[in-house]
Structure formats: C-alpha cells, structure tokens
Design a protein around this ligand. Sequence first.
Ligand code: UTP
Length: 227
Amino acid sequence: MDKIVISLGGSVLVPDEGDAKYLRKLAWLLIEMSKEFQIYIVCGGGRIARYYISTGRELDFRKEELDNLGIAVTRLNATMLLLALGDDAMPAMPRSEEEAARLIEDGGIIVMGGTTTGHTTDAVAARVAELIKAKRIVNATSVDAAYSADPKEFPDARRYASMTLKQLYDLVDKGVHEAGPSTVFDRLGAEIALRAGIPIYIINGRDLDEMENAIIGKDIKGTIVKG
Ligand code: UTP
C-alpha cells in the first residue's frame, strides 16, 4: 500500500466556518481512501494555537514554553479528528516522528499533532514522510496553491501549477528572510522533502475533491511540487 502523509493546517480544521460539517465529510473521505492507502495525518494548530502563543508572549513565556502551548493545541486538534474518525483511526496518538513510523504495519489511519519544540507540523509531516518513504505529502492549507508572493497582499502574484522541490525551498527560504510567502509550507519541511525527494501536493484543504485527487495523485487545481 502506498503511504500518504497529510499536513492538515489548523486553518483548515478549525477556522470556525462549519467545522463540524467539514470534519464529518473529511472523516468519511479519509476512511474511504484508507482502503487503498496507508494514511498519516499531522494536524496544525491554527488560530487557537496563535491565541495561546500570543497570550503567552504577553506573559513573557520563553520560546520553548510558547512552542509547548502550540504543540498542545495541535494535539487537541488531532484528538478532534481522531474522534471524528472513530474506529478507523489508530486510537493511540504518536508523540514523535519515530513512533509514528513504527505504527506503519498496524493498519488504521494515524493521526498526530506536533512533536518537539522549534519546528512546525509541516516539518513533522515531512520527517514522517521521509521515515516511512511516503509516496507524497499532501499539504492541505487555507490557500489554494503556491504563489510567488502572498496573493492577499499582492494580487499580481504568480500562481504555480507546478514547481520543483528546490524551487519551493528557495521560495519559502526567501519568505523567511524577506517576509514573503513563508506560510505555504515551512522551510524545514521543504528542506526535508527536497533531501528525501518526496513530492508535495499543495491544495486548499477545504476542497474535498482536491483532497481526494491529491491523495490518489491525480491532477489538482493547486500546485504539484516534484523533481
Ligand atoms: P503549526 O504547525 O500549526 O504552526 O503549529 P504554524 O505553521 O505556525 O501555523 P499555521 O500553519 O500558520 O496555522 C503551531 C505552533 O506550535 C508549535 C510552534 O510554536 C508552532 O508555531 N509547534 C508545533 C512546535 O513547537 N513543534 C511542533 O512539532 C509543532
């Protein structure tokens, strides 16, 4: 069975826009897809993580403490998805990339959040994908593709139908240094995917037709990053 890792942004999971309805449909799709693919899902923290982190920052918490707040929220979001999946998910949530990789032969959908401080769930997804030799990473985000700049700020930004892993790395690396499109996939995640040679399908995670096509590896409206 091909293995697929999905990096599911918190902005997709719990933006407070019909989330229960979305979760129900997403769970149904993932259960269907899990008959053909071994699926790993890494959940992000979204606005709820940002709330805790900004409040903690006002309280002068250390960077590591802020990251721990973020990780707790990613695991809370993962718990919500686990419950929505019911018996089709592995009941235990892996707390590290290595633990996730060890669950491979057990069947069932694997759902997790963050692992250790200092990175984001995109990097977790890429590391799990590297360890299990995943066929592809699906990056389910709130934007519908990779752009040359933030499309909300720069309406003329170029939208990419496809790009290489090196081009994605350069794009997000530039974003880190110049306040550009750093949000589409995190830099460490892009670096790991590049070294492991694992394609990334960047899609709007709220579009479940896109999600299905990305899992199967068909054409998508978003960006295919490979080569
Ligand atoms: P996210 O993965 O959601 O971060 O984790 P993000 O990319 O900043 O969020 P979006 O995609 O813009 O919504 C939330 C926070 O949790 C901590 C980090 O502080 C991160 O910013 N975190 C998460 C970790 O420290 N380690 C992890 O493995 C995951």
